[in-house]
Ligand binder design. Structure first.
Ligand code: PHE
Length: 331
């Protein structure tokens, strides 16, 4: 009778109490087992009656345990509440977005991978040889001027080179040709630096993608065909383009490509890249025989392409990481 009362009075309102109840009454050392253990002291003629009574206590404890357990479970299910239909889609959570430069670069990479180019890489801190000399820049070329180039080390020793933040991705061409024998067909994306005034149109850093193709019998026709293919894949097959003669120290002949850009006032030609046939002097600087090999190279600005594509009118926005700007580029 005493145990019955204890069982009835035991409060079970949470999982902890449920477990405490089980330990106290139903476990191997619990009170119900202990009670059955006292059977030995019961006189024989009372054993049957006592056994029945004890069984009732055991059943009472078990029922209380099971009932409490299922009550607790349905209570916790109610906490979700019927209004929370678990089959409904969850509320959207904040996700990041790819930077417009990354998106434009990805598109450029995809196009050239399709055309059979692989991707190569080089350092942003360059020496004079790779950034200028091997690329056939004369010693007094204005691009070497303090105005354009960030010099990290200006040297007056003959055996020590100037170190610069690379002003273009073309030094990666030099590294590639020094390291590998032709045929070569790579694009080389990367950040470049120029010591220019910061305005809406120019910044002290930007991104280029360089391209280099070197093999036997590479022609100017193939260069133009590759660039036209690029322009069509990038801007649509109806893109209006033109190719003009130009000059770069490291290509001969050199060209530039423009695309026609529609706007409210009608439209205008916009330069999208520079290119040309690799100058024999460049091949000689990296010990590639210009009598055997020819090649073409091109270089384009990723910032310009991203700005055209997304109608961005200030290059500084690309480097300020303002979330109000970046959040507009979720795809
Ligand atoms: N390196 C040149 C620039 O920065 C672009 C270019 C690359 C031109 C390759 C021709 C060939 O302006």
């Amino acid at each position: 009778e005493l145990i019955k009362k204890e069982i009835k009075n035991f409060q079970i309102t949470n999982e902890k109490q449920l477990e405490a109840f089980r330990l106290e009454f139903l476990s191997r050392n619990g009170k119900v087992q202990e009670m059955f253990g006292m059977m030995g002291n019961v006189p024989n003629e009372k054993k049957a009656e006592m056994g029945k009574a004890m069984n009732k206590v055991k059943i009472l404890a078990q029922e209380k345990f099971e009932d409490s357990k299922s009550n607790l479970q349905s209570a916790s299910r109610k906490e979700f509440g019927a209004k929370d239909d678990i089959t409904l889609p969850v509320e959207p959570t904040y996700t990041g977005s790819f930077h417009p430069l990354t998106q434009a670069l990805d598109e450029i990479k995809q196009i050239f991978l399709r055309l059979g180019f692989n991707i190569a890489d080089g350092p942003e801190l360059e020496d004079d040889f790779h950034n200028f000399t091997a690329l056939n820049f004369p010693p007094d070329h204005p691009a070497r001027d303090m105005q354009d180039t960030f010099f990290v080390r200006k040297s007056d020793q003959p055996d020590e080179q100037d170190l610069v933040l690379r002003t273009h991705t073309s030094p990666v061409q030099i590294r590639l040709m020094k390291d590998q024998q032709p045929p070569l067909r790579s694009i080389m994306p990367g950040r470049v630096y120029r010591n220019e005034a910061v305005t809406a149109k120019s910044y002290f850093q930007f991104n280029q993608v360089e391209g280099l193709y070197v093999d036997k019998n590479v022609t100017m026709g193939e260069l133009i065909e590759t660039l036209v293919m690029f322009a069509k894949l990038m801007y649509g097959s109806d893109v209006k383009y033109r190719v003009r003669p130009s000059f770069f120290p490291f290509t001969e002949p050199s060209i530039e490509m423009d695309v026609w850009w529609e706007n409210e006032k009608g439209g205008q030609w916009l330069e999208i890249l520079g290119a040309g046939m690799v100058d024999p002097n460049v091949f000689e600087a990296v010990n590639v025989d210009p009598e055997i090999y020819t090649g073409f190279a091109f270089g384009m600005g990723v910032d310009r392409i991203a700005m055209l594509r997304y109608g961005i009118d200030d290059i500084r926005l690309l480097y300020e990481n303002d979330l109000r700007f970046l959040n507009q580029f979720k795809s």
